[in-house]
Design a binder for this molecule. Structure first.
Ligand code: ADP
Ligand code: MG
Length: 279
């Protein structure tokens, strides 16, 4: 298996100074993320999702164990920019990610820092803005845009660095349903183009779009499998205060009534399609 990310016995502790007792946020995590895959990471607040995300691109370094990104050890200072360029990050709040007064400058910021040629930067900026359907906004001021548009600019800034993998940490949490749908569509398109996606989310419907679901609990991997495998364990999922997607819950109730819904129906759209056969 060709893994873009390999996590071996990862431990992470927060500690401000020596006098303070360390907080162990991640406890012995072992994971491999396959190149080109789409993984959703779920877990209630404080389960360690953001800490894991920041470890994946070297923003935080392991207290114990090792993480390899594209073959580079994240602790290897010589290759920290290779790690950051390989695994881009998109955070929850787009306001904290935008740095320039003009959209296209913002998108150019990452590639400029990588020392890319100006002509190549221009090509990348145009392509990245088109990828997120924001080409028409390249001369605009980011602060005049909606939350969803700003998040798309932030995504374009990461895409312009040509990462192999993008880690999205609750990218839709601050958006309205329309903005959320737009971001999810773009994430799915980037995945279709070959980018490895790790999506941290608390929306079960978004997790249903992935080909793998990991549930974190108390700094550990609690469940890991296909969406079907994970969400069919409703009681276990609920035991860590998470829900299963609406379609999975509905399928379970229909089965109780003797209507046999196939186990691979996880998303709302698939459920609608399946039920419409009986119109
Ligand atoms: P999640 O993203 O799943 O909500 P986090 O990774 O943010 O979880 O947090 C995991 C644990 O680490 C929590 O117990 C949290 O309180 C703790 N933590 C997070 N950030 C810090 C920090 N900067 N200093 C100390 N503890 C932290
Ligand atoms: Mg978080």
């Amino acid at each position: 298996m060709d893994s873009i990310i390999r996590i071996e016995n990862l431990i992470f502790e927060y500690q401000r100074d020596e006098t303070e007792k360390p907080v162990r946020a991640l406890k012995d995590i072992n994971l491999e993320i396959k190149r080109g895959s789409f993984t959703a990471v779920l877990g209630k607040n404080g389960s360690g999702k953001s800490t894991l995300a920041k470890n994946l691109n070297g923003l935080l370094l392991p207290t114990g164990g090792t993480i390899y990104v594209n073959g580079y050890d994240t602790k290897d200072e010589e290759h920290i920019w290779d790690v950051r360029q390989s695994a881009g990050m998109v955070f929850q709040n787009p306001d904290n990610q935008l740095v320039s007064a003009i959209v296209e400058d913002d998108v150019a910021f990452g590639p400029e820092n990588l020392g890319i040629e100006p002509a190549e930067i221009r090509r990348r900026v145009d392509k990245a803005l088109n990828d997120v359907n924001m080409g028409a906004f390249k001369g605009k001021a980011p602060h005049l845009l909606s939350g969803g548009q700003k998040q798309r600019i932030a995504i374009a800034g990461v895409v312009a660095m040509k990462p192999s993998c993008i880690i999205f940490d609750e990218p839709t949490a601050m958006l309205d349903p329309k903005g959320r749908n737009e971001i999810m569509k773009i994430i799915q398109e980037l995945h279709a183009e070959g980018i490895t996606v790790v999506l941290i989310t608390h929306f079960m419907e978004e997790a249903a779009c992935a080909d793998r679901v990991i549930i974190m609990h108390n700094g550990e991997v609690f469940l890991d499998g296909t969406p079907e495998e994970v969400f069919s364990q409703g009681e276990k999922v609920r035991s860590v205060n998470l829900d299963v997607p609406l379609a999975v819950e509905l399928a379970a109730k229909l089965r109780e009534e003797g209507i046999d819904i196939p186990a691979n129906i996880i998303g709302t759209e698939e459920m609608v399609e399946y039920l419409c056969q009986y119109k």
